[in-house]
Design a protein. Structure first.
Length: 101
């Protein structure tokens, strides 16, 4: 670690999400994601940074902002996808497909 850097808090495995995960789930472009992130006043990577980790609290703030009136076309579908990611619904879909009654 370089001088002046402070170690990050460690979040439990299910409570942190990378920018790449959030983009893949929502289908948003990086530019649109950053617009929503900045509108929500959530700290993010200075440039690119697909491995930037967002804690669960920040993702919940992003969901609130995306579902608000400003992002009427792209926001609500992204908010729904992120909510499903937080609730763990997206990770269980592949497991459910393998089982037959």
């Amino acid at each position: 670690m370089r001088r002046g850097q402070v170690p990050r808090e460690i979040f439990p495995e299910g409570d942190r999400f990378t920018k790449q995960q959030l983009l893949e789930v929502s289908g948003l472009s990086s530019k649109t994601f950053d617009m929503i992130r900045k509108a929500a006043r959530v700290k993010g990577p200075p440039h690119g940074g697909l491995n930037w980790v967002f804690p669960r609290a920040d993702v919940e703030i992003l969901i609130e902002r995306a579902a608000s009136g400003r992002f009427t076309e792209r926001g609500p579908p992204a908010a729904a996808a992120w909510r499903a990611l937080l609730d763990g619904e997206l990770g269980n879909e592949a497991e459910d497909d393998d089982e037959e009654p």
